[in-house]
Design a protein around this ligand. Structure first.
Ligand code: PSV
Ligand code: MN
Length: 385
């Protein structure tokens, strides 16, 4: 009999460059000794996560935070460290011109500026060999009547067309939604339906990004996963955990059962395999915990949820569902969820020459104290730079 966990082969997770810099809340950004001062050092830290887990071979960049003189050299550096550059994230939320909107702004000059920023991102993608342009639209309004909701959608559709047209044939547009923040009355892409409609209007290579922190409490996220998979438009995840809002906590920390339910639907569609095109990214900021271990923990939690989802006895589940055996079907799912897969995953790692316990291996490596001693001077990277 084949081991269902063999289906983990080929599964990868993408880590964000901004997870390694200092971050905080709007109240306080705490600083940690040894955080990277530039994108090269962020890649060095991200490479540690991959070296110890074997699961995270790509790093997402954020422009302008990760702007460098020579992107080709940065890509080469990543390769030398055993990773490569993944999605390029644009930024429409840190420019005074965007106070009333960016791609939706009433002023054509501001819209053109926001479109031009994406053309720059596409150029970066060419230089680093990235195929994913990720766009989160912060635009919205604070008061009813402040602007025409409908006109904003029309302007957005037009701006997105221009960005989509700038992509090469092998590149895709990943469109992220979020139901609140930084504006509070109306958000211009608040939900998966709005994102999906824009993607469908653009073309096949426009797909939805599902950030697990971007929903109202109680939202059934796995249902959204199913719908996007059915439509062939689930482009990527931004994984993180939330208790309240967009908390960006360690993946699977707040609700490991939700993560399992999401991965159960992924497995049901075979979307954990690379051929699905779903990019399993993390979007996280570590405020008080150490950053590299925070990323290692997140990556391992995603793997663990996927492993449990692979253990679901699909035949027994289908039989119980067909028989209308409500609790029997639920029991099949829970059997998989309650299986302790930790030693099986450690065995798999060992067989691949990886440490059985990546968290312990990182602590024993001395990388943290060494970089803290070496990275003296300069400006530590921070959320927003
Ligand atoms: C917005 O909250 C978001 O989820 C987008 O993905 C941004 O690019 C990212 O966070 C910045 O941390
Ligand atoms: Mn996100």
């Amino acid at each position: 009999m084949t081991d269902p966990l063999d289906d983990l082969d080929g599964f990868t997770i993408e880590v964000p460059s901004w997870a390694y810099g200092n971050s905080g809340t709007r109240f306080k950004v705490f600083s940690t000794p040894g955080v990277p001062r530039d994108p090269v050092e962020k890649i060095d830290d991200a490479a540690q996560v991959h070296a110890l887990t074997g699961l995270a071979p790509r790093v997402s960049l954020h422009i302008p935070w990760d702007r460098v003189e020579d992107f080709g050299a940065l890509a080469t550096h990543a390769k030398e460290r055993g990773v490569r550059i993944g999605a390029i994230n644009s930024n429409l939320f840190q420019d005074d011109d965007y106070r009333l909107g960016s791609l939706t702004h009433a002023d054509a000059r501001v819209r053109a500026k926001a479109v031009a920023h994406h053309v720059e991102c596409v150029q970066v993608m060419r230089e680093v060999g990235s195929t994913d342009l990720k766009l989160w639209l912060p635009d919205g309004t604070n008061y009813a009547g402040q602007d025409s909701l409908r006109a904003r959608q029309d302007r957005l559709a037009d701006s997105l067309q221009q960005i989509y047209a700038a992509l090469d044939e092998d590149q895709r547009l990943l469109l992220e939604y979020k139901f609140f923040e930084p504006y509070f009355y109306a958000t211009d892409i608040p939900d998966w339906g709005t994102s999906l409609l824009h993607c469908q209007a653009l073309g096949e290579r426009a797909q939805v990004v599902l950030d697990t922190g971007h929903h109202a409490p109680g939202t059934n996220i796995e249902f959204i996963v199913v719908q996007l998979l059915r439509a062939g438009r689930l482009g990527a995840f931004d994984f993180n955990s939330r208790f309240y809002a967009d908390d960006d906590l360690v993946v699977g920390s707040a609700d490991p059962f939700q993560l399992f339910r999401i991965m159960a639907e992924i497995v049901d569609a075979g979307a954990h395999r690379p051929s699905s095109g779903v990019n399993f990214m993390l979007d996280q900021c570590h405020n008080i915990e150490e950053k590299i271990p925070g990323q290692i923990r997140s990556v391992l939690n995603v793997e663990q949820a996927l492993a449990k989802a692979l253990l679901i006895d699909r035949a027994a589940l289908a039989a119980a569902q067909e028989a209308g055996d409500v609790l029997g079907a639920h029991g099949v799912l829970m059997d998989a969820y309650e299986t302790d897969v930790r030693s099986a995953l450690a065995d798999r790692r060992e067989a691949r020459g990886l440490p059985r316990d990546p968290m312990a291996a990182y602590a024993a490596s001395g990388y943290g104290p060494t970089t803290a001693a070496e990275r003296v001077g300069g400006t530590p990277a921070s959320w927003g730079s």
